[in-house]
Design a protein around this ligand. Structure first.
Ligand code: URA
Length: 202
């Protein structure tokens, strides 16, 4: 399989990757969403965040984390003193997977084969950017980066030495939109995680 070599003209390589990803058929999800939602951010970012998959608004905009979960993510990063514009933000799966309910498109979780198929793109992004720190937002991202299913509780709050380099795990911002009990505490814990990771990336 083709592997991108780090170094050289990184921007040209990244642009070629984005162009190639537009017509990806590695799994069937290309039939589902509007477009491939690739990662974005500076290629010399010191922090690379991995979400799950684009949601309804991301699918339409073609950009990661611009919907409700993106709103929580933006606020938490600001509260943690991390400049999102200096980070690279992507997803484990780059197409929106959903079920139709009337006019609404309801997010459904990507399965193992879909995560594995899309992992190739994430590996290309990691090889190109080589961030000192990679952060999994939630269990799907962690599963992709660890190459196996892991729990947030067992992996959160400490660095993991993975093939991608130093990797941290925290919750997915949409968890904070769903959670009923202790929402403020959970949000504060997320901000704490982001702050600690941000300090580490300095
Ligand atoms: N949730 C994700 O995991 N990624 C996005 O880009 C948006 C919502």
């Amino acid at each position: 399989e083709k592997r991108l070599q780090p170094g050289g003209n990184a921007l040209a390589a990244w642009e070629a990757l984005v162009a190639e990803a537009r017509s990806c058929t590695r799994c069937d999800l290309y039939k589902c969403g509007t477009q491939t939602v690739f990662g974005e951010g500076p290629l010399d970012a010191r922090l690379l965040f991995v979400g799950e998959q684009p949601g309804d608004q991301e699918d339409l905009a073609g950009r990661p984390f611009v919907g409700p979960a993106g709103g929580v993510f933006d606020k938490a990063l600001a509260d943690a003193g991390v400049d999102r514009a200096a980070t690279y933000v992507t997803n484990a799966v780059k197409h929106f997977k959903f079920e139709r309910r009337g006019k609404r498109r309801i997010h459904s979780k990507p399965d193992g084969p879909e995560i594995t198929a899309c992992r190739w793109w994430l590996e290309q992004e990691l090889a190109l950017i080589r961030p000192p720190i990679t952060v999994a937002l939630g269990a799907t991202a962690a599963r992709s980066l660890f190459g196996k299913a892991v729990t947030i509780s067992a992996t959160r709050g400490k660095p993991h030495a993975l093939e991608a380099g130093e990797t941290w795990v925290t919750v997915h911002p949409s968890f904070l939109l769903r959670v009923r009990d202790n929402r403020e505490e959970e949000y504060a814990r997320f901000v704490e995680d982001l702050h600690a990771i941000g300090e580490r990336a300095k």
